[in-house]
Ligand binder design. Structure first.
Ligand SMILES: [Zn+2]
Length: 146
């Protein structure tokens, strides 16, 4: 049994699809230059899903809105908000109806690729995942990050 050190305060993202931990950090805008203490475990065996990644961010309570974007790449991810060594909130991520920023529109002529405009996508289908650009209406079935 693998033990992962627990955190006193912060956010634990569990049941991330194996291999997606780095993309999760990207979605949350956490870089090597961020001040947060981040621990990451990759490719752990799990009962729920065969293999999973776990990300722990200390001393930062992330907002639901921010965390739900993780569902775009890891539908089974669960969020645990920890305060004083106790889980005070636990929920499963849900794909947001509108996604602003983070994703790039694949249409080269889309205004979001030509000007400094934040991308905006509307969720058209969850399974399979299809997002529609709010500007040029192009449909995306694979995600490319900005
Ligand atoms: Zn577009």
């Amino acid at each position: 049994m693998l033990r992962i050190e627990s955190i006193k305060d912060g956010t634990v993202i569990d049941h991330i699809t194996a291999g997606q931990a780095l993309n999760v950090l990207k979605i949350l805008h956490i870089t090597p230059y961020s001040k947060e203490t981040v621990s990451m475990v990759m490719n752990v065996s799990s009962k729920k899903i065969k293999r999973k990644d776990i990300v722990k961010i200390e001393n930062r309570m992330l907002k639901k809105e921010e965390l739900n974007k993780i569902a775009l790449i890891a539908t089974n991810a669960t969020i645990n908000i920890v305060k004083d060594n106790k889980i005070v909130e636990k929920y499963k991520v849900k794909i947001p109806d509108v996604v602003r920023g983070i994703i790039k529109c694949k249409n080269r002529n889309c205004i979001t690729n030509l000007e400094e405009i934040e991308t905006k996508f509307k969720l058209e289908s969850k399974d399979p995942l299809i997002l529609k650009c709010a500007y040029c209406e192009m449909r995306l079935d694979t995600i490319e990050f900005l």
